[in-house]
Design a protein around this ligand. Structure first.
Ligand SMILES: Nc1ncnc2c1ncn2[C@@H]1O[C@H](COP(=O)(O)OP(=O)(O)OP(=O)(O)O)[C@@H](O)[C@H]1O
Length: 209
């Protein structure tokens, strides 16, 4: 399996934000996106997730699940947690599991355990703290298998213990052959295979030593 980003150019409004970005990631590899505020990290992640159409170029998953596009093979965790405030934690997990085609009650229990949501399962999501909301947003990672994880500053609002829960999930995903592309100012528990430095719309690739 290989994620291939091939000469991708993206615009926001009328402005070109990314120009000819290319990199790849094979099974078990993780890629760090780095760059100043506004350099295009979110734009790149959202384009890979299929939320935005590139101006030119393409991204694809070679050797992934047959018949599924890259957008269907991704989990995207962005700045918004994508949770429903009026639903309890359990109801959010059930909704997400149904939406993602998750593996039913067992997956919900596993996701609640993996992101330490057990004591909060009957609490309305609107009552959760920022870090608890983030853990609920991240729980989708454990609800249904997706080969590619796209993580945009996933540790925001997380305390040290919660960062370690995320790191465990990331390590397990990479260890089982998953691919991770992340923008993060905090280590995510894995050694990144390469770093994509974004500046002025262009990408410079730095391979891990
Ligand atoms: N909806 C939009 N319309 C027009 N321009 C936008 C829009 N959203 C983002 N931009 C611009 O696109 C550029 C890239 O933004 P993006 O959010 O991808 O950067 P980023 O590297 O993720 O930044 P940060 O580190 O601050 O999260 C920025 O200059 C931003 O102003």
């Amino acid at each position: 399996m290989k994620l291939v980003v091939d000469n991708l150019s993206c615009a926001r409004g009328r402005r070109r934000v990314l120009e000819g970005v290319s990199f790849s990631a094979a099974d078990g590899e993780s890629v760090l996106l780095s760059g100043a505020n506004g350099s295009g990290k979110t734009t790149l992640l959202r384009t890979l997730a299929g939320f935005m159409t590139p101006h030119s170029g393409a991204a694809r998953l070679e050797g992934g699940p047959e018949g599924f596009g890259l957008d269907e093979c991704c989990h995207y965790v962005g700045h918004l947690n994508g949770i429903k405030s009026g639903f309890s934690v359990d109801e959010n997990l059930a909704f997400l599991a149904a939406y993602l085609g998750g593996n039913g009650l067992e997956a919900i229990d596993e996701a609640a355990y993996a992101f330490d949501l057990e004591p909060l399962r009957h609490v309305p999501a609107g009552f959760l703290s920022a870090g608890q909301k983030r853990r609920l947003g991240l729980a989708r990672l454990a609800l249904a298998w997706r080969p590619v994880w796209l993580l945009d500053e996933p540790t925001v609002s997380l305390d040290v213990a919660s960062q370690e829960l995320l790191a465990e999930a990331v390590r397990a995903h990479a260890g089982s052959g998953g691919i991770i592309v992340a923008a993060s100012h905090v280590p995510l528990g894995v050694g990144f295979s390469r770093t994509v430095h974004l500046a002025g719309g262009h990408a410079e690739i730095e391979e891990a030593a």
